[in-house]
Ligand binder design. Structure first.
Ligand code: PMP
Length: 307
């Protein structure tokens, strides 16, 4: 990743990709206290390349920083502009963006005072998180042996760097056992989310999703709430158990990277027909319509990168 052409926004200026470096004593590298976002830009039918729900991602970045009591030395407007600029200046038509706020190498130790918050925004081409076929046939998942974060251990509402140790362990375990993704349960044993996705299931025409207690407040999740309402579907937030998922008619994950991804199997049990279900298909199509600028009522979700 480090050896490529292009530019990265770092602390207020564009720097050549290969020169966007930090010192080995970077505080966040040692202790994991930092916050980041995962954002996407899509090529749209009438707005050119546009970042999807840019403002909501920037707002969540600031909320994450607030939760961890990190000061961000830039305004939301400056970081919005930085994100638009990295896509534009790297001449990307479709892109994944990674804004991150991290502590520098000004000091070491857990006291974490006298540290400066540094900010970077990188952007690159990252077409599909999963095998493109998975969007139709769905993925195979397993219940993780790792429990999702507890609200009073790490701060679940912050998209914090260190929180992702739990995600990486769960995903690796799932991949090593021949699955595509993990389903993590909360500390009481109820369904929480995937390693980097929110979870939904459908039963008897009603859509269910876990309450957000120990989950990240997904922006794709929120998008699905809006799109489901447009299509007249009811979504209920409630505690879900793994065996409710076994007998669901449909299930899917949502996330900026994963988009709307059908789940065909959990723990060796087929879910519904064993491929993308009809409500998942409608919402997935509605999602792609929204991100690609085909939903007239949702143009305000698009931030065009062209000046
Ligand atoms: N949960 C976790 C743990 C995540 O990392 C992500 C990805 N940011 C999500 C859910 C989905 O969030 P979003 O739809 O905002 O990408």
């Amino acid at each position: 990743m480090a050896d490529r052409d292009g530019v990265i926004w770092l602390d207020g200026k564009m720097v050549p990709w290969r020169e966007a470096k930090v010192h080995v004593l970077t505080h966040t590298l040692h202790y994991g206290l930092g916050v980041f976002e995962g954002v996407r830009a899509y090529s749209t039918v009438n707005h050119g390349t546009s970042i999807f729900r840019l403002q909501e991602h920037t707002d969540r970045l600031f909320r994450s920083a607030h939760i961890l009591a990190m000061d961000i030395p830039y305004s939301k407007e400056e970081l919005n502009e930085a994100q638009l600029a990295v896509v534009r200046e790297n001449k990307l038509e479709e892109a994944y963006l990674r804004p991150m706020c991290f502590y520098g190498s000004e000091g070491m130790g857990l006291r974490a005072d006298n540290l400066k918050t540094h900010v970077m925004v990188a952007s690159w081409d990252w077409p599909s998180y999963m095998d493109p076929e998975a969007k139709e046939v769905g993925i195979k998942i397993r219940t993780s042996s790792y429990t999702r974060h507890h609200v009073n251990i790490t701060m679940c509402k912050a998209k914090a760097n260190g929180n992702y140790i739990n995600s990486i362990l769960a995903l690796r375990e799932a991949l090593e056992s021949g699955c595509d993704e993990a389903l993590l349960l909360d500390n009481e044993g109820y369904v929480a989310e995937g390693s980097g996705e929110n979870f939904f299931m459908v039963r008897n025409g009603i859509i269910y999703t876990p309450e957000l207690t120990s989950c990240l407040e997904g922006i794709t999740r929120d998008t699905i709430f809006h799109l489901a309402a447009e299509h007249g579907y009811e979504i209920r937030e409630k505690r879900l158990t793994r065996d409710e998922v076994y007998v669901a008619d449909e299930a899917f994950f949502t996330g900026t990277a994963a988009e709307v991804l059908p789940i065909r199997e959990l723990d060796g049990r087929q879910i519904g027909s064993g491929r993308r279900g009809p409500i998942t298909e409608v919402l997935q199509a509605a999602y792609f319509d929204a991100v690609q600028g085909r939903n007239k009522g949702r143009y305000d979700w698009l931030a065009p990168v062209a000046k």
